[in-house]
Design a protein around this ligand. Structure first.
Ligand SMILES: Nc1nc2c(ncn2[C@@H]2O[C@H](COP(=O)(O)OP(=O)(O)O)[C@@H](O)[C@H]2O)c(=O)[nH]1
Ligand SMILES: [Mg+2]
Length: 409
C-alpha cells in the first residue's frame, strides 16, 4: 500500500514536470508563429521580405502595389472608360509621397557595398605599386566594363604623380571626378508638350518596360498631365493586362487591340486617341521578343514609321529600357537595338537588385546615350530621374554616411 502511495506520488511529480515542459514548449511554438505572422503582415522592411514579396509578384505577373494619386479635379478623373480604353481615378496613398521616396543611396546599396567597399578596402590598406592593378579588377567586376575601366585608369596613371598615387584620398577623389565626367550631362527634361509627346519604349522581355511605363504614367498624371498608354506588346496577352493594371491605377487611358492584334494598328489608334482628347503624352509599350530577332527589329522600324504617320514628328523620344542586373549584357543588347532604331535615351531598371550598378558608367561612356530614368525598386515612386551628381554621390558615399541613410529611409 505504502509502496503504491509512494509510486503514485512519484508519478504525480513526473506528470507535473511533463505538463510544465509541455506548456513551455507550446508557448514557444505560439510565440514563434505570431512572430512569423507579424513579419509577413509587415513585410517590406528587411531585404529578405522585400525580395520574397517581389518574387511573389513576379510569379503572379502583377506590378507593384502602392501607386500615386490622381490630383483632385484632374481632367482624367472625369473620363469614362471606352471600349478600348480605361481610366479610373485612384485614391491618394502616402507611400507615393515625396517623404516615402527611397533615397538613391538606398537603391545603390548593393553596388556601393560591392564596388565601393572593395575600393575603400583597397585604398585603406598598405598602398603599393599594384594599387592601380587592383583597382582595375574591382572596376571590371563591378561591370564598369573593360573599355571604360581602361580609360579611367589611364587617366589616373597619367594625372597623378608617384606620390599622389599612394595617397588613398587623392586616388579616391580623382576616381570620383573621372566617373562623374564619364556620366556626362543629365538628359534634357521632356516637356510633354507636343499634344501628344509620343514616347516609344523598347527593350527585351523582362527588363521592366511595362513597369517603367506604369511608373512614368503615374508620375505624369500626378503632375496634371493627360496620359495615353498604347498596349503595343500584343505578342503576350499578359503584357496587355499588366499595362491595363498600371493604367487603371495611375489614371492613364490604355488603348489595346483584340488579342493578337497588329501592334502598329494599336499604336496608330492610341496616338489618334491621344490627339483627339488633347493628351500630353502617348507612351507606347512594345514587344521585347518575337519569333526571331530580325522580326523584332523589323517591327520596331515599322512601328516608328507608323507613329510618324499618326503624328508628324513622332516618336519624339525612343527610350530603351535596360536591366542593370544583366551588367555588360545590357550593353550588348543596347547595341543591337541601336542598329535597328534611333534611340534617344535609356531607362536603367533594377539598380536596387544588383551590385553591378557600375554599368551605368559604361552605358553613358560606351553607348553615348543619356540615362534618363533609373528604377530602384518596384514601387511607383521608385522611378527616378537620373541625376549624375546624385548618382556619383550615392556611389561614393562613405561608410560614415550610412547611419544617416538609414534614418532618411
Ligand atoms: N527590383 C526592381 N524590379 C523591377 C524594376 N523595374 C521592373 N522590375 C520588375 O521586373 C519584372 C519585369 O518587368 P516588366 O515591366 O514586366 O518587363 P517588360 O517585359 O520589359 O515589360 C517585374 O517583376 C517588375 O516588377 C526595378 O527598378 N527594380
Ligand atoms: Mg511588358
Amino acid at each position: 500500500m505504502d509502496f503504491g502511495a509512494f509510486d503514485l506520488g512519484a508519478m504525480d511529480i513526473g506528470a507535473v514536470v511533463t505538463l510544465i515542459g509541455g506548456l513551455v514548449f507550446l508557448g514557444l511554438v505560439v510565440l514563434a508563429i505570431r512572430k512569423m505572422a507579424t513579419k509577413q503582415i509587415g513585410a517590406g522592411d528587411s531585404d529578405g521580405d522585400a525580395e520574397e514579396e517581389a518574387l511573389a509578384r513576379e510569379a503572379l505577373g502583377v506590378p507593384d502595389a502602392p501607386i500615386g494619386a490622381l490630383p483632385p479635379g484632374h481632367p482624367e478623373a472625369q473620363d469614362q472608360p471606352t471600349e478600348s480604353a480605361t481610366a479610373k481615378p485612384i485614391s491618394p496613398t502616402p507611400a507615393a509621397s515625396a517623404e516615402g521616396r527611397r533615397p538613391m543611396r538606398k537603391g545603390l546599396e548593393k553596388t556601393r557595398k560591392g564596388f565601393m567597399a572593395q575600393i575603400n578596402q583597397l585604398l585603406f590598406k598598405a598602398l603599393d605599386e599594384n594599387l592601380v592593378d587592383d583597382l582595375e579588377s574591382i572596376m571590371i567586376t563591378s561591370d564598369i566594363g573593360i573599355r571604360t575601366t581602361e580609360r579611367v585608369l589611364e587617366d589616373l596613371r597619367g594625372q597623378l604623380s608617384r606620390k599622389e598615387i599612394r595617397d588613398p584620398s587623392v586616388v579616391r577623389a580623382r576616381l570620383e571626378a573621372r566617373v562623374r565626367e564619364l556620366l556626362g550631362p543629365p538628359a534634357a527634361p521632356l516637356a510633354w508638350q507636343h499634344e501628344p509627346t509620343v514616347m516609344m519604349v523598347i527593350g527585351v522581355n523582362g527588363v521592366g518596360k511595362t513597369t517603367t511605363i506604369g511608373k512614368l504614367a503615374a508620375r505624369l498624371v500626378q503632375d496634371g498631365k493627360k496620359v495615353v498608354l498604347a498596349a503595343g506588346d500584343t505578342f503576350r496577352a499578359a503584357a496587355v493586362e499588366q499595362l491595363e493594371i498600371w493604367g487603371d491605377r495611375s489614371g492613364a487611358l490604355v488603348v489595346r487591340g483584340p488579342e493578337g492584334a497588329d501592334p502598329s494598328s494599336v499604336i496608330y489608334e492610341a496616338i489618334q486617341k491621344a490627339r483627339s482628347i488633347g493628351a500630353h503624352a502617348c507612351i507606347c509599350d512594345t514587344a521585347g521578343r518575337l519569333h526571331t530577332k530580325v522580326n523584332l527589329m523589323e517591327e520596331l522600324k515599322k512601328l516608328r514609321r507608323v507613329m510618324n504617320k499618326a503624328q508628324a514628328g513622332a516618336p519624339h523620344e525612343v527610350m530603351m529600357v535596360l536591366d542593370a542586373t544583366t551588367g555588360q549584357n545590357a550593353i550588348a543588347q543596347a547595341r543591337q537595338f541601336k542598329e535597328a532604331v534611333e534611340v534617344n535615351s535609356i531607362a536603367l531598371t533594377k539598380l536596387d537588385g544588383t551590385a553591378k550598378g557600375g554599368v551605368v558608367v559604361a552605358i553613358c561612356d560606351e553607348l553615348g546615350l543619356p540615362v534618363r530614368y533609373v528604377g530602384i525598386g518596384e514601387k511607383v515612386e521608385d522611378l527616378r530621374d537620373f541625376d549624375p551628381d546624385e548618382f556619383v554621390e550615392a556611389l561614393f558615399a562613405t561608410p560614415e554616411a550610412e547611419p544617416q541613410m538609414a534614418n532618411a529611409n
